[in-house]
Design a protein around this ligand. Structure first.
Ligand SMILES: [Zn+2]
Length: 426
C-alpha cells in the first residue's frame, strides 16, 4: 500500500477516489487468476482480500472485529450499547470473475467510514462496515453463507454442501478460516439484530439497464428471490440409435428437452399475465463417459433455477415443474429424481430508505433513478430478518460473473457520494 495515501492530510472526495482506485487495483492483483479474479468462498482469494483490507483499516486507525463466521466488521471505534448503521457487501467472487462484484460495496462503506473518521464528522448513529464472506453459490452451490451465519440461518445441509471441484465440505473450509462451527451449528444469531438501525448494500448492477438508460447509479426497489435445483437426474434407457423404434425409446435428452420447453411455455404465460419471472437451466448434460452420437442417452442431469420478486410465483412454478415431470414420466417412460430444493426468498426493501436515497441522489444533481434487482444479494438476508434495508446500484458494463466487468471509478464515486450523503444526513 502506498502510505502517501494514508498519511495525506486532506481527506476529501479526491482522496477517496485515489484510494478506491489503488485498493481496487491492489486487490485485483492479489486475487488474479488465469482470467479475472478468483476469490473463493471461505478460501484463499477471499481471505487474502479481507486481510488486505483489515491491514489497511489498522493503518487508517479503524477498529477491526471478526465474528464467529469470519465476517469482518470495521468501525471508527468499538460500538457498545448503541444502535448503528451497517453498510457492506461480500468479498468473494465466482471463479474467474470480475473485480467489482461484492468488493465495490465493501469498499464504498470502508471509504466513507475512513472519510468520516479522519474528518471527525459527527453522525447521529455510528457507522459499521461489514466485509461478508461466501455470498456466491458458484463454489458450494449455496449462497449468502456469511450473512446467513450472522443470523443463525445456516443449515446442516448448507454445512455439508461440497466444493464444486474438490468435493470438500463447506464446514471444513469454514473451519480453516477460523469459524466456530459449534456456534454456527447451534443456529444462534451472532449479532444483536436490534442494534442494527438499517443495512445498506452498494453493488454493481449485474444487468444492462443502467448502461442503457445512462444512469451512473440507481436505487434498488426490491430483490428477486430464487428456487434452485442444482442437480435433477432424468433416467431413461440407453440403447442403439439405429435399432430401437420411437415407441420403445426412453430417451432422457428428449424427455429433458420436453420438460424445458413446457416450462418455457409456462414462463411465457406467467409473464403475459404480468408476473415477474426468469428461468434458467444453466447445466444440462449427458455423461461424457458414456455418451456417443449413435447411443440413445440413458441419463441426463441438469440444473433448474427460477427467480421472481413474488414468492407465490416461485411456489407455483415449483409445483408446475413437478407435475410436468410426472406427465413426461408417463408419456416417455423416464423417471426424474430431484435433489433438495434450495430457496432464497424475495426481499422487500424499505420504502423510507428508498425515498431518502433518492433524495440524496437528487440533491447531488442526479435523476431519481430506481429499478428492481434481478440478482440476489446479501441485502435480501438482512431485509428478510426484519432489518430496514436499502441498496444502491452502480453502472457496470459487460455484465457480471465474468472477468470483463467494467465499472468506472467515477460511477462508483457517484454511488458512494449518494450513500455518504444519506449516512451523514440520517
Ligand atoms: Zn455480488
Amino acid at each position: 500500500m502506498n502510505d502517501k495515501l494514508i498519511n495525506i492530510s486532506l481527506y476529501d472526495e479526491k482522496w477517496m477516489e485515489s484510494l478506491a482506485t489503488k485498493i481496487f487495483d491492489d486487490i485485483a492483483e492479489l486475487t488474479k487468476d488465469k482470467q479475472g479474479v478468483s476469490r473463493e468462498t471461505y478460501g484463499k482469494g477471499e481471505t487474502d482480500a479481507i486481510n488486505y483490507l483489515s491491514k489497511l483499516a489498522i493503518k487508517l486507525g479503524l477498529h477491526v472485529e471478526v465474528d464467529d463466521a469470519a465476517n469482518v466488521f470495521y468501525s471508527s471505534e468499538p460500538i457498545e450499547n448503541s444502535k448503528y448503521i451497517l453498510v457492506g457487501s461480500h468479498m468473494d467472487s465466482v471463479p474467474l470473475g470480475g473485480n467489482f462484484d461484492g468488493l465495490a460495496g465493501v469498499l464504498a462503506g470502508f471509504l466513507i467510514l475512513s472519510y468520516i473518521s479522519k474528518n471527525k464528522i459527527n453522525l447521529s448513529l455510528p457507522l459499521k462496515v461489514v466485509a461478508l464472506r461466501g455470498e456466491e453459490s458458484a463454489w458450494y452451490g449455496r449462497n449468502y453463507i456469511g450473512s446467513k451465519s450472522i443470523f443463525g440461518l445456516l443449515t446442516k445441509e448448507d454445512l455439508n454442501a461440497t466444493h464444486r471441484k474438490t468435493g470438500e465440505k463447506l464446514s471444513k473450509a469454514m473451519q480453516n478460516c477460523g469459524v466456530d462451527l459449534n456456534k454456527i451449528r447451534s443456529a444462534t444469531s451472532l449479532i444483536n439484530k436490534e442494534s442494527i438501525e438499517l443495512f445498506i448494500e452498494l453493488h454493481i448492477e449485474q444487468g444492462p439497464i443502467l448502461v442503457d438508460r445512462n444512469w451512473p447509479a440507481a436505487i434498488v426497489t426490491g430483490i428477486r428471490g430464487n428456487n434452485r435445483h442444482h442437480n435433477i437426474i432424468c433416467k431413461g434407457s440407453a440403447g442403439h440409435s439405429g435399432t430401437i423404434p420411437r415407441y420403445l425409446r426412453r430417451d432422457s435428452v428428449f424427455a429433458g428437452a420436453d420438460l424445458i420447453t413446457r416450462m418455457d411455455d409456462h414462463w411465457n404465460t406467467i409473464q403475459q399475465h404480468g408476473g415477474d419471472l426468469v428461468l434458467t437451466s444453466g447445466i444440462f448434460q449427458t455423461d461424457s463417459e458414456h455418451h456417443a452420437m449413435s447411443r440413445i442417452p440413458g441419463e441426463i442431469f441438469f440444473s433448474f433455477e427460477s427467480r421472481s420478486q413474488d414468492i407465490a410465483t416461485l411456489d407455483a412454478l415449483e409445483a408446475l415443474l413437478k407435475s410436468e415431470c410426472k406427465t413426461i414420466e408417463r408419456e416417455r417412460g423416464v423417471t426424474f429424481e430431484f435433489d433438495d430444493l434450495i430457496k432464497s426468498s424475495p426481499a422487500e426493501l424499505d420504502k423510507s430508505i428508498i425515498e431518502k436515497l433518492l433524495d440524496a441522489g437528487e440533491f447531488l444533481g442526479f435523476e431519481r433513478a430506481s429499478l428492481p434487482s434481478g440478482a440476489g444479494h446479501d441485502a435480501a438476508i438482512f431485509a428478510n430478518v426484519g432489518i430496514k434495508t436499502g441498496m444502491i446500484f452502480v453502472r457496470n458494463d459487460k455484465g457480471s460473473h465474468n472477468p470483463y466487468e467494467a465499472m468506472d471509478v467515477k460511477d462508483f464515486m457517484t454511488g458512494l457520494s449518494i450513500l455518504k450523503k444519506f449516512i451523514i444526513d440520517y
